[in-house]
Design a protein around this ligand. Structure first.
Ligand code: 4NP
Length: 155
């Protein structure tokens, strides 16, 4: 079993979108019994909340239901539980590094490094910068790259 967790700030826009898209890809590849998927936020603002309505609507437009997901806060223990900890942006990466136990740093990745063609390091906040459709597209591209990496290195 390989396990991955997507992490953004609030766990209501970018990371639940990534969780939904990646689960969809994994199910289509018939790998759902081999890959465990979760998401979290570095902050606690939205613990227990469903994904933002615009993020839900964008996912639904692509046939993906993320309405059942609920926010939770990332914790140190996630580095024990997960093989890949995927930061949506560099600020998330910094915050995750600050709770990362010694020796687990190799598990922490900038998510968009799995989509070099996108040419960005940070998945922008869809409200203020990114726009929900373009953020969706870049998350989808990096999800394909991540799945290819897992298939090559773990399965
Ligand atoms: P996310 O977006 O990190 O993609 O879930 C945000 C959602 C809420 C807040 C910030 C970012 N907030 O400050 O409440």
């Amino acid at each position: 079993m390989v396990s991955v967790v997507f992490v953004c700030l609030g766990n209501i826009c970018r990371s639940p979108t990534a969780e939904g898209i990646f689960r969809h890809l994994v199910e289509n590849a018939g790998l759902d019994e081999h890959i465990h998927i979760d998401s979290a936020g570095t902050h606690s603002f939205h613990v227990g909340s469903p994904p933002d309505g615009n993020a839900q609507a964008e996912a639904r437009r692509h046939g993906i239901d993320i309405s059942h997901l609920r926010g939770r806060q990332a914790k140190s223990d996630d580095f024990q539980k997960f093989d890949y900890v995927l930061a949506m942006d560099s600020e998330n990466h910094r915050n995750l590094l600050s709770i990362c136990p010694d020796g687990s740093e190799h598990k922490l990745h900038i998510f968009l490094n799995f989509a070099p063609a996108v040419g960005l390091t940070d998945v922008p906040d869809p409200y203020y910068e990114g726009g929900f459709d373009s953020v969706y597209d870049m998350i989808e591209k990096a999800s394909h790259g991540l799945l290819a990496d897992i298939q090559e290195n773990h399965l």
